[in-house]
Write a protein that binds this ligand. Structure first.
Ligand code: BG6
Length: 301
């Protein structure tokens, strides 16, 4: 087990990054540079916060988020990997895969010339993960924290046969109020509506949310933009290596049942996830590397 001291000695960077342990038992990389602050849990390589200096946070983290071993954090950027949603054949396996609840390791950190901070994590396999995902592979997450946040999820097939991969950066965005926002970029796009009986529909106009929304938009590589009239800003989600976009807000009843949203917590967030799911699961050939990249930035409205 790597101690906090040795992590800080090996990977800490003065004026950029230090490792801390929080109540609950998780270790976080705390980034504070000229452009922004961010905290990233090593468990799950889970980015919990990201806030450009002088601005509201871009990423939403529940006030009731728990930081405990083996549990996913409510908010931030959970990594869904190597499947999205329920497992295709075994409903006992964890929803959205296991990557977000297992330990990762820090592999590299650096201060970049433009003042940004870079960190790379790699998932540590164990007997349980190998039993759930019997494919020779590695997965890494790279985060570059600057004025924008860049996240790359890199999957390498290190074996001799192809495998199919489902994945998403399940990002929770901070908004003034769900009633103040519209999501643009998915107009005319086909989606799988998961509320009630699963149905396929086509998006008409921008997305406004007035009840539970749980949709997987397929075959789209477009940027998504969350326009927030309350904060007078737009959050832009630009991506490569992703053909699906998931839009999710649990609304009152489901959020209450989850227990870690807090009262009316769902009103201050919306998930716009970049990934590959349903029609868009990715076939990674032997020896091939697949990269899913998302960049989150803000613009004045
Ligand atoms: C979304 C799914 O991506 O994640 C929803 O489309 C799901 O169906 C949501 O409820 C949250 O999942 P979890 O496992 O983090 O509670």
């Amino acid at each position: 087990m790597t101690t906090l001291n040795s992590l800080n000695q090996q990977f800490g960077i003065a004026g950029h990054l230090q490792f801390i342990e929080v109540d609950g038992g998780l270790t976080f990389a705390e980034i504070n540079n000229a452009h922004a602050t961010a905290s990233i849990a090593i468990q799950g390589a889970h980015i919990a916060t990201f806030q450009p200096k002088g601005e509201e946070p871009i990423i939403w983290l529940s006030k009731l988020a728990k930081f405990v071993p083996g549990k996913s954090i409510r908010g931030g950027v959970p990594v869904c990997w190597p499947w999205f949603g329920p497992h295709a054949t075994d409903s006992k396996l964890p929803g959205h895969g296991y990557a977000r609840t297992v330990m990762w390791e820090v592999q590299e950190t650096k201060a970049l010339a433009d003042g940004s901070t870079f960190i790379r994590f790699g998932l540590i396999e164990n007997e349980t993960t190998k039993a759930q995902w019997p494919h020779a592979s590695t997965v890494q997450l790279e985060a570059t924290v600057g004025k924008a946040l860049k996240v790359e999820l890199i999957t390498k097939n290190t074996g001799n046969t192809a495998f199919q991969l489902g994945e998403a950066l399940h990002t929770y965005f901070h908004i003034s109020d769900v009633g103040n926002m519209t999501i643009r970029g998915l107009e005319g796009c086909e989606y799988i509506d998961k509320v009630g009986e699963t149905t396929r529909r086509t998006q008409q106009g921008g997305i406004v949310i007035e009840s539970e929304v749980d949709r997987v938009y397929v075959n789209t590589t477009a940027d998504c933009v969350i326009e927030d009239k309350g904060l007078k800003r737009a959050i832009r989600i630009a991506k490569t290596g992703s053909k699906s976009a998931v839009v999710w807000n649990p609304w009152t009843e489901k959020a209450d049942k989850m227990g870690d949203f807090g009262p009316q917590g769902h009103r201050g967030m919306v998930c716009v996830e970049s990934g590959n799911a349903f029609d868009n699961v990715v076939t990674v050939q032997a020896g091939e590397t697949h990269r899913l990249v998302a960049v989150y930035s803000s613009e004045k409205l």
